[in-house]
Design a protein around this ligand. Structure first.
Ligand SMILES: Cc1ncc(COP(=O)(O)O)c(C=O)c1O
Length: 409
């Protein structure tokens, strides 16, 4: 045994040497500092252990999952009475849910009872996140069954290539379980042409021919990076009340217009621990039709968990014990930041980014920005050594890629 003070001192020491995400000089990967409301709300769940598997355990904490999902559904432009969301473990967890939903939707309930016996395909762009492998592997579909689609010079999915692959598979009768649209790639913030993809799916697989969805591809939007630009919904771009500089405003509008097309998805992954300044981790997978999701993925209940309230996600979630910390953190974040909090931070980051690109990089002859066209958070620049200076192990002219991700104000 040890006194709690001693254990906590030892625990605190374990954090020594790790990056401090709040420090202005730490800009690694997609990890922002968490906001205070989210930290405290999530910590409350560590004290009281609400389990959001079903309504009776902690109804008001459960409400944070429903309310947060409704707020997001409204931002997306979905019917808030039909859509729903489930908090889960990270963007890869959302993706996993999306692929499982797609497989059940496309291959039917039998695939859940007797296993996946058909090589359905998952189409995803070359620039899509590598967790396409986690999902195809862990669902049992197999990693050989995702097909990489080419990307164009903006890093977005090349629609022509996608269309030819979809038409070929359709003609051959090979089921496509999911088309994954990355709505904001991790670095370049490229957004796939989801509107055209929706039109193509509706043309080749009309709902009338697939009333129960079987045989029809589901569109999953991996919007873990891009979702928060939806908070510009309703922003008066002409009046620009938050006073963004003209170039920044143009980028914000471009990003908002691109991400607003996510309305065409059937399911969407959103990470609050990335572009939501929430605690680590904190993700929600949104589904356009929660009732359908419930019907497709429900299992018989257990002997001791009856449907005592109208909300029983444990009947269809992957997880059994479901921590309330994700939904509490996300709910607290939305309440705390509101539309204008998100807008100020997102726009403020782009203000800094333009300063970095236009004032710092352009004035430094040894540095070149190589992604000027990108309007996301990432600035990629190359630093050339000055001619005549020789570092021990590098040749003259050797260039270093540096990725500068701005998440801090
Ligand atoms: C586009 C994209 N999708 C999915 C993921 C996986 O998310 P997570 O790391 O939260 O599981 C990431 C992570 O960076 C990502 O950038």
């Amino acid at each position: 045994m040890a006194p709690v003070s001693q254990v906590l001192q030892q625990a605190a020491d374990l954090f020594k040497g790790m990056p401090n995400w709040n420090h202005p000089l730490v800009m690694a990967n997609v990890i922002p500092p968490a906001n205070t409301a989210a930290i405290v709300a999530a910590m409350m769940t560590q004290v009281f252990s609400p389990n959001i598997i079903e309504g009776e355990y902690a109804w008001d904490v459960e409400r944070t999952e429903m309310e947060t999902s409704a707020i997001l559904a409204d931002l997306i432009g979905w019917d808030t009475n039909k859509a729903g969301g489930l908090f889960t473990f990270g963007g890869s967890g959302c993706y996993f849910y999306g692929i499982k939903y797609a497989l059940t939707s496309c291959l039917g309930m039998d695939s859940r009872c007797n296993g996946i016996r058909t090589d359905a395909k998952v189409l995803v762009s070359q620039q899509g996140h590598y967790c396409k492998m986690n999902s195809t592997d862990w669902t049992g579909l197999g990693m050989e069954n995702f097909i990489d689609i080419d990307t164009d010079e903006t890093n977005a999915m090349d629609f022509e290539h996608l269309e030819s692959v979809v038409r070929e598979l359709h003609a051959a009768g090979t089921p496509i379980a999911a088309i994954v649209c990355t709505m904001g790639t991790t670095d370049a913030f490229a957004v796939d042409p989801i509107e055209e993809i929706r039109k193509l799916v509706d043309e080749l697989y009309p709902l009338e021919n697939h009333p129960d969805g079987v045989g029809r591809p589901l569109i999953y939007a991996d919007a873990v990076i891009g979702w928060s630009w939806l908070t510009f919904k309703g922003y008066e771009f002409e009046a620009n009340p938050l006073g963004f500089a003209p170039k920044v405003l143009a980028d914000i509008e471009k990003n908002y217009n691109a991400i607003s097309k996510v309305v065409h998805a059937d399911a969407i992954g959103c990470d609050f621990h990335k572009t939501g300044w929430s605690t680590y981790n904190c993700s929600v997978v949104m589904v356009r039709d929660l009732h359908r999701f419930q019907e497709l993925l429900s299992r018989p209940g257990s002997a001791y968990l009856q449907a005592r309230t109208c909300y029983n996600p444990g009947l269809y979630t992957l997880e059994v014990s479901r921590s309330g910390s994700y939904s509490m953190a996300a709910w607290a974040t939305l309440k705390f930041m509101g539309y204008n909090g998100f807008r100020s931070i997102l726009g403020g980051i782009l203000e800094l980014q333009h300063y970095l690109r236009d004032q710092v990089i352009k004035n430094e002859p040894t540095v070149v920005c190589v992604n000027e066209e990108d309007s996301g958070f990432v600035t990629l620049f190359r630093v050339y050594q000055k001619f005549g200076f020789k570092a021990p192990s590098f040749e003259d002219g050797f260039l270093t890629n540096l990725i500068f991700i701005q998440y801090l104000l």
